[in-house]
Design a protein around this ligand. Structure first.
Ligand code: HEC
Ligand code: HEC
Length: 488
């Protein structure tokens, strides 16, 4: 069987025949190793990631359809997202409370700040130069006596750590799944944590035992649109183009909530249901702040390190308006109302031409990146605001999880996402991102976007054939594709 598709570049129609021979080795529908083609650029490509786009094209604004009341809730949510928490609201300029005993940083913004609040990990030497890795400051804040583990560096990404497996009593790694986040820091030593001596986890030992993996922050621009896509739309997009997907070896499936059986969609493994649940979980996991969704301190900390009544964040019954709501509900309102990234070709280093960017879009389709990175999906009806209702979300993701092979596998399963399965990373806003892939392994110093693409291919990855097609593109087409990604 042959599938023929026409691609128009300018006025030329390119026919690409999807016969198995195009893909080199492997059976149709199989997931053999790919990326071995010698035509086009391949490993020796001259194409380069042009680098972070230096214009923010209105990023960080609320949706334009909000009512004046909703804008108040958005602004209040933003203020809380930015607020730094101390243990009991006693530290100067740290009016929030509830930090710790374990934490990864001390405000939502610290990890979600690039290129503006709501984004992802900043870097001290990339646009817009938000500063050094904020975890370096957070770990030493107000007298905290943390040592900086090897994976937190000044110019590296913000990271959190998970241990795939539990430890045996004798200090060896067991086969029993752990998978949970082990906070990088503790409040021990802080001036507002007298008497607490809780140690940090031994990350160096876990590294030696090969039992630690990392995750970097995902941006939350347009998150309200992602939340508003009906399950039925995700499922019908999954069944679309089934023949091409089969030939390419692409399957993919949703991750589901164990509670109500609907499709979950947030996080690197699409493990989380909603913005409110993510906010509640992040508040407790990343910052140690117990709340109405996650009311108990995690990790069984020593009593000497507990200073507050729980939950530390709750409804403010004595206030009114936005101030009445708990932080977690206001975090969710802020994220839900945050406008999606807008495409722009302004500020891409090297000023690629419109023609290059258009050709790059065609190359993206020609290599079939769109079979996972679905360019857009429609939202359903939203009770919140017309800006979320029946909108085209240009997210470049199918919101499904895919086997990405031994190279990317982190051996952590969450819901129905297995150890090598990840959510197709939404590519909107990717033009302004610095670090790529779930652990931030693709960085400006090792090829950035190009490295991220090449790392899709490894034993058992559903993307192998697509990366084979990418490698067959001419150097110019690969360059145009990278320029195009920087316009997203
Ligand atoms: C220490 C850094 C850090 C802090 C602080 C932090 N986050 Fe995150 N955030 C992350 C990481 C890492 C991920 C990806 C986690 C994963 O999928 O395993 C993430 C993912 C998210 C997502 C998922 C977005 C998507 O589409 O995948 C949301 C929503 C979110 N964070 C909200 C918050 C909120 C709200 C706060 C403050 C309460 C917060 N975060 C604080 C690091 C952080
Ligand atoms: C089989 C599905 C699949 C195909 C095909 C695919 N991707 Fe991906 N892509 C993913 C997944 C899953 C991730 C996240 C992987 C991870 O973080 O470990 C990802 C991540 C990325 C990232 C990093 C984004 C970020 O937020 O860090 C870029 C860039 C990217 N893909 C571009 C492409 C391009 C370009 C192509 C075509 C040449 C392509 N992808 C083909 C599934 C796919």
């Amino acid at each position: 069987m042959k599938l023929i598709r026409c691609y128009t570049i300018g006025s030329v129609c390119l026919f690409l025949s999807l016969s198995p021979s195009v893909f080199g080795q492997g059976q149709p529908g199989g997931r053999g190793p790919g990326g071995q083609n010698s035509g086009g650029g391949g490993q020796g490509t001259t194409a380069q990631d042009p680098g972070v786009r230096a214009s923010n094209s209105g990023l960080g604004q609320p949706l334009s359809t909000l009512t004046p009341e909703q804008v108040q809730f958005f602004n209040d949510g933003l203020a809380r997202f930015v607020q730094i928490d101390s243990v009991s609201a006693g530290a100067p300029n740290e009016p929030g409370s509830g930090l710790g005993p374990g934490y990864n940083s001390n405000s939502c913004r610290s990890c979600h700040s690039q290129p503006v609040t709501g984004g992802s990990s900043p870097s001290q030497n990339q646009y817009p130069f938000v500063g050094p890795n904020p975890q370096i400051l957070a770990g030493a804040d107000y007298g905290a006596s943390n040592s900086m583990p090897f994976f937190i560096t000044a110019d590296g990404p913000v990271r959190e750590a998970r241990f795939p497996f539990m430890m045996n009593a004798n200090g060896s790694v067991s086969q029993v799944a752990d998978g949970g986040v082990h906070d990088v820091f503790t409040i021990a030593g802080r001036q507002d944590a007298e008497g607490c001596t809780m140690p940090q986890p031994n990350f160096e030992q876990m590294q030696q035992l090969n039992n630690v993996i990392f995750r970097i922050p995902t941006p939350v621009f347009g998150a309200g649109l992602i939340e508003s896509i009906p399950d039925s739309t995700i499922l019908s997009n999954m069944s679309a183009n089934s023949q091409i997907k089969q030939w390419l070896g692409i399957s993919g499936h949703p991750n589901y909530s164990g509670n109500d059986g609907s499709i979950t969609r947030f996080g690197w493994k699409a493990q989380n249901k909603s913005l409110e649940i993510f906010a509640g979980e992040a508040y407790n996991v990343e910052m140690g702040v117990t709340n109405e969704l996650f009311p108990n301190e995690r990790g069984n900390p020593p009593a000497a390190c507990l200073y507050n009544y729980t939950p530390e964040d709750s409804t403010n019954f004595n206030l009114s308006g936005p101030q009445m709501l708990s932080d977690l509900v206001e975090f969710a309102n802020f994220m839900r109302f945050l406008a999606p990234p807008a495409q722009s070709s302004q500020g891409i280093p090297g000023n690629p031409s419109q023609r290059s960017i258009q050709n790059g879009q065609a190359a993206f389709l020609k290599a079939h990146c769109d079979m996972c990175h679905t360019p857009s999906m429609q939202t359903g009806t939203s009770a919140f605001t017309p800006g979320l209702s029946n909108q085209t979300a240009q997210l470049f993701s199918d919101l499904l999880v895919h086997h990405m092979g031994s190279g990317l596998a982190d051996n952590v399963s969450q819901g129905s996402a297995a150890g090598d399965e990840f959510r197709t990373a939404p590519l909107w806003g990717v033009g302004q991102r610095i670090f790529f892939l779930h652990d931030g392994r693709a960085t400006p110093s090792n090829g950035g976007l190009l490295r991220a693409i090449q790392n899709h291919a490894s034993n058992g990855s559903e993307a192998n054939r697509v990366i084979g097609l990418f490698n067959q593109l001419s150097n110019q087409d690969q360059q145009d594709l990278l320029n195009y990604l920087r316009s997203l």
